[in-house]
Design a protein around this ligand. Structure first.
Ligand code: URA
Length: 438
């Protein structure tokens, strides 16, 4: 840029990024018009990454007032398109999970809720690091495609009721840039930034109501339950401010959910739940979230368990997969190599920690280290026992699944000290700890 054009460009800008950064650095609240400008100017690439990184760090260190978080969320929504399903003639409700190990709940949940005539527009992501991505899991189904146009999504919501697809790049583009920047500047963990990031996308997506599954514990983004509660309260308040009825459940992510960690094996387990079976914790959380979603959609007395038992949810699942090109009857990928770890002694499995199992599954190829990496759909871990189960010496505890046996050593390194057999197990806490409403 020439000196002359730099002067004329800055002359039309209403605020100065350095002033905004200094206000937050010194612990002040950024005025609404300045904060809206900051997000807009960052989206236009007028504010540089270095300036936004400094601002994000100041937010991480000094926090934001509730009204600043509301303005930040609103400004990120305004940076892109806002979808609307008002012409559908159905109530709409979505769910968002803050992510965990073995968290496949979206797969049985979306068709289960849609079986009650409610539309579930579920815009999902791919996994990065140890938490898996819903789209990666579904892409293990031969033919299934994640990318839908807005018109295709609308038609599927009308005809089938449930859609799980990739979010288009038009939703909250400011968040897309800011999230990538936070990832490389140590500023992911700021509650105002997480809350505005998640809620800007969910509100822009146009859902009428939303249920949040906010996880705490070893395999969660928020290890600490008090921080998870604060995040949940902040997001519920943001939903209320934007007219999106929002409820949150605070749920335990100290141990993996269910018995499958990976992609294809998580789809298999989800289909078991849709067939009326599946592990108790996956069923419990699916049912709890479905009840919350249906209550927000005006059906507080819906018999959720019946729709799992009698095949109504499975029917919607099959139509949902077929509508996106997938074959619900096709064989899912299986691993070339397996390695089973057995119990060295008899006793009770007293601990099996989510985070190391998530990392091990990732090292086996189930997750990606860089956004452009492919995932190996057959890779992951099948658990044979859960914390609290009695085990005999020599009994299989879990099986590592990979396409290349050379991956087993690094996965086993991650699992060192991650599980324990004792004389007895500590009493397990509840899976759903709290319900948070506006
Ligand atoms: N997921 C998001 O979409 N944003 C965050 O900041 C964290 C998790």
């Amino acid at each position: 840029m020439s000196a002359e054009s730099a002067v004329s460009a800055s002359a039309v800008e209403a605020f100065d990024a350095v002033d905004v950064i200094r206000t937050k650095r010194d612990g002040g609240a950024v005025p609404e018009d300045a904060l809206r400008w900051m997000i807009d100017a960052y989206t236009r690439e007028y504010v540089a990454d270095s300036q936004m990184a400094a601002f994000a760090m100041a937010v991480l260190l000094n926090g934001m007032e509730r009204d600043e978080i509301r303005v930040m969320t609103d400004a990120m929504i305004a940076s892109g398109e806002r979808m609307s399903f008002s012409g559908l003639g159905k109530r709409t409700v979505d769910k968002h999970s803050t992510g965990g190990v073995g968290d496949k709940i979206t797969l049985p949940l979306a068709p289960l809720v849609a079986a009650f005539g409610v539309a579930v527009p579920q815009l999902s992501g791919r996994g990065l690091g140890h938490t898996g991505g819903t789209l990666d899991k579904l892409e293990s189904i031969p033919g299934w495609r994640a990318a839908l146009s807005n018109d295709e999504m609308f038609a599927q919501l009308r005809d089938v009721g449930a859609v799980i697809c990739a979010a288009g790049s038009g939703l909250a583009p400011a968040d897309k840039r800011l999230y990538a920047l936070r990832d490389v500047t140590g500023t992911v963990e700021a509650i105002p930034l997480i809350a505005s990031s998640i809620m800007s996308k969910k509100i822009a997506e146009g859902t009428e109501s939303l249920v949040l599954d906010v996880k705490f514990g070893s395999g969660a983004f928020m290890k600490d339950v008090d921080k998870a509660r604060e995040l949940a309260r902040t997001m519920v308040a943001l939903g209320a401010d934007s007219g999106v009825a929002t409820t949150a459940l605070l749920t335990d992510m100290n141990a993996p959910l269910g018995l499958a960690i990976g992609n294809a094996n998580e789809v298999r387990e989800s289909v078991e739940v849709l067939a009326g079976g599946g592990p108790a914790d996956v069923v419990e959380l699916t049912v709890a979230l479905a009840r919350e979603m249906l209550a927000l959609a005006g059906q507080p007395d819906a018999d959720v368990e019946a729709a799992l038992a009698d095949g109504r949810a499975m029917d919607v699942w099959r139509r949902m997969i077929q509508a996106q090109g997938g074959d619900p009857d096709a064989a899912l990928p299986t691993p070339r190599e397996t390695h089973t770890v057995t119990a060295p002694t008899a006793g009770v499995l007293s601990r099996l920690e989510a985070l190391p199992f998530g990392i091990a599954a990732w090292r086996l190829g189930a997750g990606r280290a860089r956004a452009q990496d492919p995932v190996i759909h057959a890779a992951g871990i099948d658990l044979h026992v859960k914390p609290g189960d009695e085990v005999a010496a020599g009994q299989p505890l879990f099986t590592l699944l990979a396409d290349d046996g050379a991956r087993f050593d690094r996965a086993l390194d991650a699992l060192h000290g991650a599980w324990e057999i004792d004389d007895d197990a500590p009493a397990a806490g509840p899976l759903v700890l709290e319900r948070i409403t506006a």
